[in-house]
Design a protein around this ligand. Structure first.
Ligand code: PMP
Length: 360
């Protein structure tokens, strides 16, 4: 068996011990005689798995009792529609556009009401987070929307926007559980799990209870109504049960690692190794404003497309995979999520140093 250091933006690296445990339990989950993917989602065993997963997530994020945790299908992208369908009572929402994912959410919301772009960093190819301390928030806005960590561009909100009392909705797909958060500052926190938490195909939505109502836009399908899933504890239909099981294991791993404070420290340490190298390199450089740098996604370039391609190819041969930047940006991107070990980042930097010496 050969495991590489996988810098993919998602689906992404998972903790090795989680994968090993799942492998050990594959054919016979704890004496049940079947795998978790073969068992009824309404049976006693799965009931225990989903309840424990939710409780562990609540413990990790200190989620208050007046928030529901939903395990839903459709990925993060489905939330781009589900949010306005459920929240746009006044048919007005404000969007801060800091990358492709925020832009897609903004464009989708336009189908359902008046979506205002109240700030954007598109003028400099999304390489920074705009000042959000005093934005022209609409008086009748149903919510203010952000993408908290921009997976493609490698920027992160270090401070939440001043929403002037309006409900904050945040896509945290690529920074989920990477550091502590104050859940009470948000109306909805949601993210696809395929980056920091588990396999693809599921989104976790943490939603304040007063936002869960029957008063949704006319024509909203039952499956796209938060209330349907909240009333049925994410078991209205057959959920992505195997994904919930793996996510549950990752939550346990995070608890064992010391929780989100410890993850933050570990992530800061990992990112610093890479950013320090980039800041001192004569060949490579980072592409975003230093103050807005993400701890999770680190884009960088040499400034020469052929050299970038050579780097990606040689890195792969050295066991450092998926370093090619997003197709819309080019260059390289190292995603260093929770499960990327420190040694992986050290190996990447050592390889970059060698490449720099050979190619300057
Ligand atoms: N939001 C962000 C920040 C993302 O990075 C992604 C996926 N890369 C998405 C949304 C879309 O997620 P999904 O593919 O699960 O719909």
């Amino acid at each position: 068996m050969r495991r590489v250091y996988n810098f993919s933006a998602g689906p992404a690296v998972l903790p090795e011990e989680v994968l090993q445990e799942a492998a050990d339990e594959m054919l016979d989950y704890r004496g049940s005689g079947m795998s978790v993917m073969e068992m009824s989602h309404r049976g006693e065993i799965f009931d225990g798995i989903i309840k424990e997963a939710e409780q562990d997530l609540r413990d990790l994020m200190h989620i208050p009792d007046n928030y529901k945790v939903l395990f839903l299908q459709g990925g993060a992208s489905q939330q781009f529609a589900m949010i306005p369908m459920n929240l746009m009572k006044n048919k007005v929402a404000d969007y801060i556009v800091t990358g492709q994912w925020a832009k897609k959410a903004y464009q989708e919301a336009q189908k359902y009401g008046k979506a205002n772009k109240i700030a954007s960093s598109e003028d400099k190819t999304f390489s920074y987070i705009p000042d959000c301390s005093d934005l022209p928030v609409s008086e009748d806005a149903d919510y203010v929307y952000i993408c908290e960590n921009n997976t493609i561009y490698g920027t992160k909100f270090k401070e939440l926007p001043n929403t002037k009392g309006k409900t904050l909705v945040a896509d945290v797909s690529s920074c989920f559980l990477s550091e502590p958060v104050d859940v009470t500052k948000y109306g909805i926190i949601y993210g696809g799990v395929q980056k920091n938490i588990g396999p693809a195909g599921m989104v976790i939505v943490i939603i304040r209870e007063d936002l869960i109502t029957e008063d949704v836009l006319p024509g909203t399908p039952t499956m796209l109504t938060y209330k349907t899933h909240a009333d049925n504890n994410s078991l209205y239909n057959t959920p992505n049960s195997y994904c919930i099981y793996i996510c549950g294991k990752v939550f346990k791993w995070l608890k064992k690692m010391g929780g989100l404070e410890a993850m933050k420290e570990r992530n800061e340490k990992k990112a610093a190794i890479l950013y320090d190298f980039l800041d001192n390199s004569r060949l490579f450089h980072g592409t975003v404003e230093k103050k807005d740098r993400s701890l999770m996604n680190v884009p960088f370039v040499t400034g020469n497309k052929e050299l970038d391609a050579k780097f990606v190819k040689e890195a792969k041969a050295a066991g450092l995979e998926n370093l090619k930047g997003h197709r819309s940006v080019g260059g390289m991107r190292a995603s260093i999520y929770n499960a990327m070990p420190l040694e992986g980042v050290e190996a990447l930097v050592a390889f970059m140093k060698k490449f720099e010496e050979e190619n300057l």
